[in-house]
Design a protein around this ligand. Structure first.
Ligand code: AMP
Length: 223
């Protein structure tokens, strides 16, 4: 168990590999993986009031309003399992959310954030998102060009065999909108954290294990 808190934020464009890397890092550090996208998709699937408020924005590839997402993050970060740290994936996405996160970290008396920016160029992002397929069973993330992955087919994971699907916001229209939203609203966070000396850039191109090793090294160096 780490003796220092690992309060990590993963930044990066949609499709940069934040979800994959956040899962691997949270396993490695023994701290929760908190994805606002997963929480919101869960709320939509459960048919909750939050889900009903968020669904339209998500389907169009737009951001859900700050107040909603900040309230989700605030509540989640205050839970006891976040005491040794957390890996935030997909939050913050706007400067207002980053300011709110600073306030929460301060109020909870937490140590400084470690912000990792997963850098991937835009052509590669479009290729990854448009080909991304997910499994309903094991929650594995695949690509249509991977061996054994076909639309309408089953999960290539031999222990699973459940149904593969495409996220509704991984369709071309929504991808374009999400990239535009990213450029306009989320990219400024690179400067926000850079100016505060909290940012580390890690290349998001290569095998997941290789990227995970670079991410972990960057986190350990700052811990
Ligand atoms: P993700 O799984 O992180 O790509 O998020 C999927 C969608 O959920 C986004 O396109 C937004 O509509 C919404 N979402 C997730 N996190 C946030 C956030 N921090 N702020 C606003 N909207 C969010």
């Amino acid at each position: 168990m780490p003796d220092r808190e690992h309060n990590v934020v993963l930044l990066g464009a949609p499709g940069a590999g934040k979800g994959t890397q956040a899962k691997m890092l949270s396993d490695e550090l023994g701290v929760p993986h908190i994805s606002t996208g997963d929480i919101l998709r869960g709320a939509v699937a459960a048919g909750s009031e939050l889900g009903a408020q968020a669904k339209g924005y998500m389907d169009r590839g737009e951001l859900v309003p700050d107040e909603l997402v900040i309230a989700i993050a605030r509540e989640r970060l205050a839970q006891a399992d976040c005491a040794p740290g957390f890996v935030l994936d997909g939050f913050p996405r706007t400067v207002a959310q980053a300011e709110a996160l600073d306030q929460v970290v301060d109020e909870l008396g937490r140590e400084a954030l470690i912000v990792i920016n997963l850098a991937v160029d835009e052509d590669e992002i479009v290729r990854r998102l448009s080909g991304r397929r997910l499994c309903r069973g094991c929650e594995g993330i695949f690509h249509i060009d991977d061996e054994g992955v076909e639309d309408g087919g089953a999960c290539p994971n031999p222990d699973c065999d459940d149904e593969l699907y495409q996220r509704s916001d991984d369709r071309p229209e929504a991808i374009r909108e999400r990239l535009e939203v990213y450029r306009r609203q989320t990219q400024p966070l690179i400067d926000y954290y850079g100016e505060r000396g909290l940012l580390v850039n890690v290349s998001g191109v290569g095998g997941p294990e290789e990227i995970a090793a670079a991410v972990l090294a960057a986190v350990r160096e700052r811990s």
